[in-house]
Design a protein around this ligand. Structure first.
Ligand SMILES: [Zn+2]
Length: 420
């Protein structure tokens, strides 16, 4: 990399010129695509999977390439985090509690190679423009990043003036959300308001060939998912348009969500920490309950809520305590499920292919010829040992090779400059 110092008292602007082999050949990968394929070789180039086979292909030595023998290590598609606060969320206990933006290395360290950003409670101090810009920054830093227009509030904050316009015209925007329901921080939306948003998302999704979903933040309120049930009862809107998240925050809410999954709704579980005795299910408990109940396997996803806040409110809506959700919770949830003896074939779709199907992102969430070269090599504990995004290594043997171009602020300029 080349370092440009404009003034010695300023942090250096780091320009990355990563050395990328034209082709990468992975040998003896135990491929989970996410279905279990077995030991395979994978040829990657141009940011895509070019070839998958049982034999080792011969490559002309004149073509720059790297060969990595994975010796039977498990290879999975890069994880898709369908709900993260890219710009940082928070701010519910004063401006000083606003969370900082999440840099690319935090996602890739967790094996996340595609992320969907949302705005939450604060749609005033944060807006659609900054969310799109932050998604573009993550794209420049090497992963795939999309977002939803809007946020908790109704009418939603938009970029073009309408939900429909945003989804149709803004390349990064694929749906609307997280619109809050059953929550004291919501706009207390009526059924008609929810239906209008769902309709705009659905039709815009048809026009633009995008997800076109209404991603719904569900709070602790006893009304739970009643708005979605009413919408399905009273309209022609397809069930897939309604996508409630945080459905494991109350046990009865999760039971409600499972009933909706039977009707075609894809439900999203959040990988937040759950204390002993709490009336909630951890993400791994929720997924296991779902799988054991023999519900439609393609109708459940898990997201991190990374960068968002984890407030505890008192009965008057005041924040009692506060935490920050971390994208690592996604890879930790996967590792815990594997530690419980669950197979990758059972649990991996909730982190990969199910999310891609819901979000109409056919190039990610699976590993096959033509797919984006987003993959994770798992260690023996089921954690991300190496992570490739769009054909470039971001993590190798747990060493972070790439990070955001602008380093996080520190109290003093770095004593020594990073060198390649
Ligand atoms: Zn939320």
């Amino acid at each position: 990399m080349r370092i440009i110092l404009t003034r010695t008292s300023f942090h250096p602007i780091v320009q990355f010129r990563p050395r990328i082999a034209v082709l990468t050949l992975l040998l003896h990968a135990d491929l989970h695509a996410p279905e279990h394929i077995g030991i395979r070789s994978l040829l990657l180039g141009g940011g895509q999977v070019l070839w998958v086979g049982s034999e080792r292909p011969s490559l002309d030595a004149a073509i720059p390439h790297e060969v990595i023998d994975l010796a039977g290590a498990r290879v999975i598609p890069g994880l898709i985090d369908g709900h993260a606060h890219l710009t940082g969320g928070g701010g519910e206990a004063g401006f000083a509690t606003r969370v900082s933006p999440v840099p690319v290395e935090v996602f890739t360290a967790a094996g996340i190679t595609t992320v969907i950003g949302v705005l939450g409670t604060d749609t005033v101090g944060r807006d659609a423009a900054s969310l799109v810009a932050t998604a573009r920054a993550l794209e420049e830093d090497g992963i795939q990043a999309y977002c939803h227009t809007g946020g908790y509030s109704v009418p939603p904050t938009t970029l073009t003036g309408s939900v429909r316009g945003d989804i149709v015209h803004i390349d990064r925007m694929i749906g609307v959300g997280e619109v809050a329901i059953s929550d004291h921080r919501s706009s207390q939306p009526t059924l008609d308001e929810i239906l209008r948003l769902a309709s705009d998302a659905h039709v815009a999704g048809l026009i633009a060939g995008k997800a076109g979903i209404l991603h719904l933040h569900v709070g602790d309120g006893p009304r739970g998912l009643s708005l979605i049930r009413s919408a399905l009862d009273q309209t022609e809107l397809p069930a897939r348009v309604f996508n409630p998240t945080h459905v494991n925050r109350r046990r009865a809410l999760f039971d409600e969500a499972c009933e909706l999954a039977k009707l075609g709704v894809t439900i999203d579980v959040t990988a937040f920490p759950v204390a002993a005795g709490e009336d909630a299910y951890s993400a791994e408990d929720a997924l296991e309950r779902y799988l054991d109940a023999d519900l439609p396997r393609e109708r459940i996803t898990i997201s991190s809520d990374g960068g968002g806040c984890l407030p505890v409110h008192d009965c008057q809506g005041q924040v009692e305590s506060y935490g920050t959700a971390h994208p690592t919770s996604l890879s930790e949830t996967l590792a815990r499920l594997l530690g419980r003896g669950r197979s990758l074939a059972e649990v991996l779709p909730a982190f990969t292919s199910n999310v891609a199907t819901l979000l109409r992102l056919p190039h990610v969430g699976h590993l096959a010829v033509g797919a984006t070269a987003d993959l994770v090599v798992l260690d023996s504990d089921g954690g991300p040992e190496s992570v490739m995004a769009r054909g470039a290594w971001h993590v190798r043997n747990r060493v972070q090779l790439r990070s955001a171009r602008i380093p996080a602020w520190t109290s003093a300029p770095p004593a020594s400059l990073p060198q390649e």
